[in-house]
Design a protein around this ligand. Structure first.
Ligand code: NI
Length: 257
């Protein structure tokens, strides 16, 4: 199998001192590339540090909606200063989270709009986090022309109609390990019905561990189980799901090779 984990957080403390092992296990499982995604200034730097250390790792930099209350102008200046680094594949994750509301909604919206424009300035595709805010995320992307360099709606949690709307804007849709859960009917429907060329797969490790490892810490090696689930739903070979989603990821993030 040739797989890419389009979204993981090996930059978080859950992986402290363990990244060597995690990367080795991923490579053994056929995961050739991983995108390590930032959620604040410090872990964006950490993502880039890992990308410089490991050939198979690429970085995304950005401020997660949870952390927009604490963000400062100088944080953005420091992110902007990273522009041009070859191992930065995307800007993110950015967006809106109206489920947990760790930051006030108005701030989340303002910083999302601002970061869509920063991503455009840096000519980077975007990684979008959308939790119970589909319409607002969509409206802000349209208003700010946040589709200019493409990108992905990660951990997609809306229905097939919404998936197609975002695809029409030029985005791809990323399916996480929760698609293996028996009750994830809507996610299974998206994974089954959307054109395969518009789908990425991800772990969001250390979160959202798929069956059969549910309850443990997630890691990129387990992205295989997402590919297998989608293969089952579409009655296709898991190798084909792995290969096509890997190519999609390389296309969207302009990963070499
Ligand atoms: Ni994430």
């Amino acid at each position: 199998m040739r797989l890419i984990d389009s979204h993981c957080h090996l930059n978080l403390k859950e992986f402290n001192g363990d990244v060597d092992n995690i990367v080795k296990r991923a490579l053994c499982a056929g995961v050739k590339k991983m995108v390590v995604v930032g959620t604040d200034l410090n872990d964006s730097f950490k993502a880039l540090e890992l990308a410089h250390k490991y050939d198979s790792i690429f970085a995304a930099i950005g401020i997660h909606p949870h952390n927009t209350e604490a963000v400062t102008e100088s944080d953005y200046q420091r992110l902007r200063a990273l522009a041009g680094d070859r191992k930065i594949a995307a800007y993110g994750e950015i967006g809106l989270d109206f489920y947990r509301n760790h930051s006030p909604k108005s701030l989340q919206k303002r910083e999302f709009a601002r970061q869509l424009n920063l991503a455009a300035e840096l000519k980077l595709p975007v990684i979008i986090h959308d939790r119970e805010a589909h319409q607002e995320v969509y409206d802000i992307i349209v208003a700010e022309e946040g589709y200019r360099n493409g990108g992905v709606i990660h951990c997609f949690s809306a229905d097939i109609t919404w998936a197609r709307r975002f695809v029409d804007l030029g985005f791809v849709i990323s399916i996480p390990g929760t698609v293996t859960f028996p009750r994830s009917q809507m996610q299974k429907e998206v994974a089954e019905q959307l054109s395969l060329d518009d789908i990425l797969i991800e772990t969001d490790a250390p979160f959202l561990t798929p069956v059969p490892f549910r309850g443990r810490r997630n890691e990129p090696a387990y992205v295989e189980y997402v590919a297998r689930e989608i293969a089952g739903l579409r009655n296709l070979d898991p190798d084909e799901i792995a290969l096509v989603t890997a190519r999609n990821c390389e296309r969207v993030f302009h990963l070499d090779g």
